[in-house]
Design a protein around this ligand. Structure first.
Ligand SMILES: Nc1ncnc2c1ncn2[C@@H]1O[C@H](COP(=O)(O)OP(=O)(O)OP(=O)(O)O)[C@@H](O)[C@H]1O
Ligand SMILES: [Mg+2]
Length: 234
């Protein structure tokens, strides 16, 4: 496999500015294009930090990250998107919040709405700054549609569907997993999501302690089983 065609992490270390301790401590890994990776681990172990490093929102303090042979920050917002659980809603219509005032063909908007299970919302409804009450789940689906409509090659979802019921979440993931050329990186606690990933990285204290598919980890990774016991995977 030509490494230029995937995501490569080379001995990545990271510490937040004005903090001495490293929160990411020497992570090396490879994510094959078109596959799905879940990142799991207890709270504070560094999942979001790692996700934001891959997204190019932060740069490694030491080490390097390459996506298709390029630096992530160059791709962010173009072919690479990071969606988290608490998205900002701008003043405007729901459609504005998805397109961000860019022009898209109606058919693309429709497709994004279908994937994100947003068919029930009135696109012309005014929202933002107290106008129109949106539930967390609705906000999250709008933020996801914002990324989907831009046809990402790499999509990073950091608890991005935490406000949805499991049925709706599963429908969305079914669509995402069917997108052949999409590399999906997911931080989620939901077993069904983790199970459907090609690979899982188990994180502990800023490192990856084990890597493999669900079944494999059940056999070889005590830490993975502990995450079930602590109900971090449910
Ligand atoms: N902006 C920041 N400045 C300084 N330290 C931070 C910042 N964000 C996170 N940290 C610290 O970095 C460590 C890793 O945090 P991170 O948010 O990546 O963990 P996480 O695995 O995503 O946790 P959770 O499951 O609660 O979302 C924690 O010790 C946290 O306190
Ligand atoms: Mg987090």
């Amino acid at each position: 496999m030509n490494e230029l065609s995937g995501i490569v992490l080379q001995n990545v270390y990271f510490r937040y500015k004005n903090r001495e301790a490293y929160v990411i401590k020497g992570i090396t890994g490879f994510i094959k294009p078109g596959t799905t990776l879940s990142i799991i681990g207890t709270t504070g172990c560094g999942k979001s930090t790692l996700a934001m490093l891959i997204a190019g929102i932060y740069s490694p303090t030491r080490g390097q990250i390459w996506i298709e042979g390029q630096r992530p920050d160059i791709l962010l917002g173009k072919t690479l998107f990071y969606v988290h659980s608490n998205p900002h809603i701008f003043i405007g219509t729901i459609q504005d919040n998805i397109t961000l005032w860019d022009k898209f063909p109606a058919v693309d908007i429709k497709k994004a709405l279908r994937i994100c299970q947003l068919d029930d919302l009135d696109l012309h409804m005014q929202v933002g700054e107290g106008r129109g009450e949106l539930s967390l789940g609705q906000k999250q689906r709008i933020a996801l549609a914002r990324a989907i409509i831009r046809q990402p090659k790499v999509l990073i979802l950091d608890e991005a569907t935490s406000g949805l019921d499991s049925k709706t979440e599963e429908k969305i993931f079914r669509h995402l997993l069917n997108m052949k050329h999409l590399t999906l990186i997911i931080i989620s606690h939901r077993l069904s999501t983790i199970k459907s990933s090609d690979k899982v990285w188990v994180m502990k204290d800023g490192t990856i302690v084990s890597s493999g598919a669900h079944q494999e980890l059940l056999h070889k990774c005590d830490e993975y089983i502990k995450l079930f016991e602590k109900q971090i995977i449910t």
